[in-house]
Design a protein around this ligand. Structure first.
Ligand code: PLP
Length: 430
């Protein structure tokens, strides 16, 4: 209720300051942000065209060229969560009526199809059951049949925990004159991704998984061929258009996600498009800076190690895992909920008694698996061992038959092997 002077007089209704409970986020993302990223995000704002800000933007572009392993000039942040990156890429690449091929192997393949359809594409899909991936030959056969303008495929799909191998698809797309887009939101920095070496035209991501940041920014990169396709529909909006600026009869169907304008916004023209989400840029820049400082190969290896320890740990408890393990992402595992155990109740006890969050699941896997992540700031030995110990305790209380000490014990064995390998690198006598 407001007083006559407009002041809030019922103080009891004023919410408390934000003070979230301590949580260890071991689900499929988001995860706890690296404190260094949060510190970068608490820095004061500067003006949009302050030289400090434009320098941060240019540095961010260069850092993400390193992260994506590309020399693409157009490597930038789309403001919004990972889905914003996907929408920007697809709405800018697809002209209504374009044929698009989407291989679907989980929830996020369905999302690509949905967004492509909303962009007015003629969408063709191929599908495999959740937990499996496609052979490159299957995708090539579909390309030959459909003759799409664009192949849009997810790399790591957290809904199923498997990653589609991409290394052969770029050459196939190039051979058939198809642009190649991939969503690496869940896999970037925890699994190998080679944008240029694999011939990928467009890659979009997010911060909240292996990059150890909060969601809200979508690092993305665009090859010269993709840029050519996008800028062919360039149309500068009326209020900022100058003599000689491009206008077309069929512009990109979103203003906010119009990459042709966004390229000019990040480039030397500094076109006045949106107001950059400065705080998110600080965070995204710090995520990339930390990753480059660690070394991308080292970060991938860290995710492989802790992901292997978590996998060995849940198996050591006697639990079964879901999906094709030969294609499992390093950073997440799907654990079958044992017969007779209430999956939501177990997740609830982990959260309430231990402050640990693990993930539920969607679609055909709903109620059948938990998803446990080891990613970004939480890809660490202490988080893996704590989660396994807590999971064992909660499962035993739920009456499940688990191997006592089997989870932590199996993970410790993985770590012991890794420690031995560090002490005695190959070629050095032990
Ligand atoms: C592979 C993949 N794509 C897209 C998304 C959507 O991301 P966001 O929720 O940040 O928009 C997710 C989120 O988990 C994801 O795992």
């Amino acid at each position: 209720m407001l007083s006559e002077s407009g002041q809030l007089i019922s103080l009891s209704s004023l919410p408390q300051p934000i003070n979230p409970p301590q949580r260890l986020l071991m689900g499929p993302g988001p995860i706890n942000a690296d404190p260094r990223v949060l510190r970068a995000m608490s820095a004061q704002l500067v003006g949009q065209y302050d030289p400090a800000m434009t320098a941060y933007m240019s540095e961010t572009m260069e850092l993400y060229r390193g992260v994506f392993k590309t020399s693409n000039e157009q490597t930038l942040l789309v403001d919004g969560t990972s889905r914003a990156g996907i929408e920007a890429a697809l709405v800018s690449l697809i002209a209504p009526g374009d044929r698009v091929l989407v291989p679907i192997f989980g929830r996020f393949g369905h999302l690509l199809r949905e967004i492509a359809e909303r962009c007015g594409a003629e969408v063709h899909v191929i599908e495999v059951p959740w937990g499996q991936v496609f052979e490159p030959e299957e995708i090539e056969a579909a390309i030959i049949e459909v003759q799409p303008a664009l192949l849009a495929v997810v790399h790591g799909d957290t809904s199923t925990t498997v990653a589609q191998p991409l290394d052969e698809l770029g050459a196939i797309c190039a051979q058939h004159g198809v642009l190649f887009y991939t969503d690496v939101t869940a896999s970037l920095a925890g699994n190998t991704i080679e944008t240029d070496a694999w011939g990928i035209d467009v890659v979009t991501a997010g911060l909240q998984k292996c990059l150890a940041g909060p969601s809200g920014s979508a690092p993305s990169t665009f090859s010269p061929a993709a840029v050519e396709r996008i800028t062919a529909r360039k149309s500068i909006e009326a209020g900022i258009r100058e003599a000689g600026d491009a206008v077309t009869a069929h512009p990109i169907r979103s203003n906010y996600f119009d990459l042709a304008m966004i390229f000019d916004y990040w480039g030397p023209k500094r076109l006045n498009h949106h107001t950059e989400a400065t705080t998110m840029l600080y965070g995204a820049r710090e995520c990339a800076r930390l990753l480059i400082d660690e070394g991308i190969e080292n970060a991938v290896e860290r995710h492989r190690l802790h992901g292997s320890a978590m996998l060995a740990g849940v198996q050591g408890l006697g639990l079964a895992v879901f999906g094709d393990l030969a294609h499992k992402m390093n950073n997440v595992v799907a654990v079958m909920i044992p017969e007779g155990v209430n999956g939501d109740a177990v997740r609830g006890e982990l959260l309430n008694d231990f402050g640990i969050e693990i993930g539920t699941s969607f679609g055909p896997l709903h109620g059948k698996v938990w998803r446990i992540g080891t990613m970004g700031y939480n890809a660490r030995r202490d988080t893996v061992l704590t989660t396994l110990a807590a999971l064992e305790a909660v499962l035993r209380r739920a009456g499940a038959s688990v191997t006592p000490g089997g989870g932590v014990g199996a993970a410790y064995e993985i770590y012991a092997d890794a420690d031995r390998a560090i002490r005695a690198p190959s070629g050095v006598g032990a």
